[in-house]
Ligand binder design. Structure first.
Ligand code: BEZ
Length: 322
């Protein structure tokens, strides 16, 4: 019975290309909205893959969490009910703390530093380790460097104490905010605009691109450009579905994602700078802060996470060029 249902499902997604080969539709999910660079990149990759495989691999893009939260999408990827995704580190780092090491505060200074680490040995090991989750890691991308948006004016890190700051529910990020005396409030990205507008959260850790495109600035008094964390994205495929794609088409899919992810990451320095300029045209105060602004909580974070996530030390060595 189960086998029949599976077969019916497969037939409903399969068609034939002009050349007579089987053309299959695949589903790719993301939590980012349509204008976000992740979604734009996914669409560009899908178009190119369709063209280069003569329509055999046709990836349909579902942005804004249409296929569910990342937790729900992970389950679908594992069962083969969906096929591709761009994911934050949340679901990985909650299963293996080593995936949270990229969130080490100020592990890199800027996008160029992030780009280097995402091509490094530690990043590759983590990508390979995704097989343990029933996934194929296709490569790393990123969103812009993390910064802070608050509804009340903020000048010093003390002003963040007790504030409800929206985060992603990953332990290293929660620990960072707890260390600063704030109240990290995990919340999915699609729920954030309303939560900020109605005061359910007092601020957020986010990227400049999202701050502009999703108009979070409309309810903000302070925009703090801290660049305090890089924010990797994992491009992944369902291990089950991947096994059913021909070797030739898998090579095309891998090559296209690799090239698109590289240009996504490389582009972020400019994307961050452009959106920052846009934010400076608003009424909101835009302020730059550096590592010292955050005080001793940062070192305390490192002491704890070197214990919790042994690969952090490897990443620190890579970041410092040792
Ligand atoms: C966020 O949840 O903050 C986020 C997720 C994906 C891209 C950018 C930001």
């Amino acid at each position: 019975m189960k086998r029949l249902a599976g077969a019916a499902l497969a037939v409903s997604f399969a068609a034939f290309t002009a050349g007579g080969a089987v053309a299959e539709e695949y589903r790719m999910g993301l939590i980012t909205p349509p204008p976000h660079q992740w979604t734009v990149t996914a669409k560009e990759a899908a178009d190119e893959i369709k063209a280069k495989t003569d329509g055999r691999v046709d990836i349909l893009i579902f942005p804004s969490g249409q296929l569910g939260s990342e937790a729900q999408m992970l389950q679908q990827l594992q069962t083969g009910a969906m096929d591709f995704a761009f994911f934050t580190l949340g679901e990985f780092s909650n299963r293996d703390p080593n995936y949270g090491i990229f969130l080490a505060p100020f592990i890199v200074d800027d996008v160029a530093g992030a780009q280097k680490l995402l091509k490094g040995e530690t990043a590759q090991k983590l990508l390979d380790g995704m097989a343990d989750f029933g996934l194929v890691g296709l490569g790393w991308g990123m969103a812009g460097m993390r910064m802070i948006v608050t509804s009340d004016p903020v000048e010093t890190v003390e002003d963040l104490k007790g504030k409800k700051i929206r985060t992603i529910p990953f332990a290293p990020e929660l620990a960072f905010w707890e260390g600063l005396g704030a109240a990290p409030t995990p919340m999915p990205l699609p729920a954030l605009y309303d939560a900020f507008a109605n005061g359910q959260v007092d601020g957020m850790q986010i990227d400049v691109e999202g701050t502009w495109n999703s108009k979070y600035f409309e309810h903000a008094s302070s925009i703090i450009i801290s660049d305090h964390m890089m924010f990797p994205m994992a491009a992944i495929a369902s291990g089950r579905k991947w096994a059913g794609i021909s070797e030739e088409d898998r090579a095309i899919v891998e090559a296209v994602f690799s090239e698109k992810l590289d240009s996504l990451v490389a582009g972020y320095a400019e994307i961050d700078a452009d959106y920052r300029k846009k934010l400076e045209t608003t009424e909101v105060t835009v302020m730059d802060v550096d590592r010292d602004w955050f005080g001793p909580a940062l070192e305390e974070w490192y002491v704890r996470w070197r214990e919790e996530a042994p690969m952090l030390k490897e990443l620190e060595a890579e970041a410092s060029g040792k």
